[in-house]
Ligand binder design. Structure first.
Ligand SMILES: Nc1nc2c(ncn2[C@@H]2O[C@H](COP(=O)(O)OP(=O)(O)OP(=O)(O)O)[C@@H](O)[C@H]2O)c(=O)[nH]1
Ligand SMILES: [Mg+2]
Length: 464
């Protein structure tokens, strides 16, 4: 099995901050040791399961990699929609709570910003809003306050995956890491989170009373959300609030799990998530999750591995490298002007380049097909239309034209060049420009990808 070394860039990418205090280091090492123990136990269990399955029938294994929020789980959802329709439909309504949480989280973000602005510059200051915040905004804030309690409650019940990882360098350079960061989970990640929100009893042994309590709790959450619907809408549609967001350069529409334009539809008692809602919902992945699909047309079983992409999760990728038919690497190219949520000092595109270089240069992956998805093209287009200039954030872009085609081509050639320079053996460059929230075009991409992977797999089997 592959082990990381001190020199490899992936280790560098997950290295602790240089100004870490002794106390923070002790706590981190202890938490990491525990995470490693749990993770190794899960690896062993998965290995045994995989070996047993392989003995029974052939399967094609694909690993999804990329930084956090790059679209790995969303790609997996597309596969699930296409090849495991029954499970997809069974799980779909359980996403309701996650979508409610996504919506509430956006509202709470706006409320926090509003809170700051209400105690902000005086009306006559140059940075004051042209449309002043008034008593109406204070009241909206007050009336929407119960959503904070609901957010906490949902997050508690959904578990660590529902909490976005983040830390800001605190005083003295201590970077507090939330304990959730080390919550390495079993391989059924989001499934276990969703299970807690199923309407029907989950297991035979679940008592009717426990099932009732779960259903009652879900109804209580819905009642609060429905009760706040009008105020949420008023807040999101308010001109002064929009101006405040614009001034702070916050584009809520680009945030993961954005549902503020769907309040009327979602904040109702009989809301049922659509396919598209589930695709757009955000629940982060912890540890490694394994999914299996049976592809009728070719008679193969596919095993897909979805991993957590935050820096602290990346150490858990290694054990999966030596056993894959292909890797799909997600690079969100709209992120050229963003910073990592878990470390605001790092530019997201730089982080993606670094990960890509690492994967390309690993000797053990030299024969593995790596397929690059330059993802979030829709957001890239949106950003460029809004006037964001690539050159400001990527100086090497130089004086090229800031139009979508030029930008896409530029990024694509940069990834290609990295692959060429750093692969230990020549490798073919497989690339797709994607917006994986667009299920129709993604279905076509996935068919091409699937075909390519299968061919390579058969070729390999022939050679063996
Ligand atoms: N607009 C847009 N949103 C996307 C696209 N791909 C993913 N998203 C959204 O981005 C958010 C994050 O996507 P995920 O698939 O959860 O990201 P991930 O790579 O699995 O992240 P981790 O689990 O944290 O490693 C979700 O809300 C998705 O709906 C895309 O191409 N366009
Ligand atoms: Mg994920």
């Amino acid at each position: 099995m592959f082990r990381s070394s001190d020199h490899d860039p992936l280790s560098a990418a997950i290295a602790p901050p240089s100004n870490e205090t002794p106390a923070a280091r002790t706590a981190r090492l202890r938490a990491e040791a525990e995470a490693r123990r749990v993770s190794e136990e899960i690896d062993e269990q998965l290995k045994a399961e995989r070996a047993a399955r392989r003995r029974q029938r052939p399967c094609v294994k694909v690993l999804l990699l990329g930084q956090s929020e790059s679209g790995k789980s969303t790609t997996l959802k597309n596969f699930q929609m296409q090849y495991a329709r029954e499970t997809w439909l069974e799980e779909r309504s359980s996403w309701r709570a996650i979508i409610q949480l996504n919506l509430i989280r956006s509202i709470v973000t706006v409320l926090d910003l509003l809170g700051d602005a209400l105690v902000g510059p005086a009306l006559d200051s140059p940075s004051a809003l042209s449309m002043p915040l008034t008593e109406k905004h204070r009241l909206l804030r007050l009336r929407l306050a119960p959503l904070r309690g609901v957010q906490q409650d949902l997050q508690r019940r959904l578990g660590a995956a529902a909490i976005e990882e983040s830390y800001n360098p605190g005083p003295g350079g201590v970077l507090p890491r939330p304990s959730s960061e080390f919550a390495v989970r079993s391989h059924d990640g989001w499934r276990s989170a969703l299970e807690r929100f199923r309407a029907r009893p989950q297991e035979a042994q679940e008592s009717a009373r426990a099932a009732d309590a779960r259903v009652r709790k879900a109804a209580e959450v819905t009642e609060v959300v429905v009760g706040c619907a009008e105020d949420m809408k008023a807040l999101w549609e308010d001109h002064a609030v929009r101006e405040m967001l614009r001034r702070k350069k916050i584009r809520m529409e680009e945030e993961p799990g954005f549902f503020l334009n769907d309040i009327e539809r979602i904040a109702t008692r009989d809301y049922e998530p659509s396919d598209n809602d589930v695709i757009r919902a955000r629940l982060r992945t912890l540890g490694v999750q394994e999914y299996s699909f049976w592809v009728e047309q070719t008679g193969h079983e596919w095993l897909m591995y979805d991993v957590g992409g935050t820096r602290s999760s990346r150490a858990h990728w290694y054990p999966y490298f030596d056993d894959m038919e292909a890797i799909i690497f997600l690079a969100p190219i709209s992120s050229f002007d963003e910073r990592l949520r878990e470390d605001r000092r790092v530019n997201r595109l730089e982080d993606t380049y670094m990960l890509w270089q690492t994967l390309c240069s690993l000797q053990m992956l030299s024969k593995t097909q790596i397929i690059l998805f330059l993802n979030k093209c829709d957001l890239l287009e949106q950003k460029l239309r809004a006037g964001v200039r690539v050159r400001t954030h990527v100086p090497s872009f130089g004086n090229r034209s800031n139009d979508v085609d030029t930008v896409k081509k530029y990024f694509q050639s940069h990834f290609k060049e990295i692959a060429k320079q750093h692969s230990p053996e020549p490798r073919r460059f497989y690339v797709h420009l994607t917006s994986v929230i667009d299920t129709r075009s993604t279905a076509a991409t996935l068919r091409t990808v699937e075909d390519g992977i299968l061919r390579a797999s058969l070729r390999r089997a022939d050679l063996l």
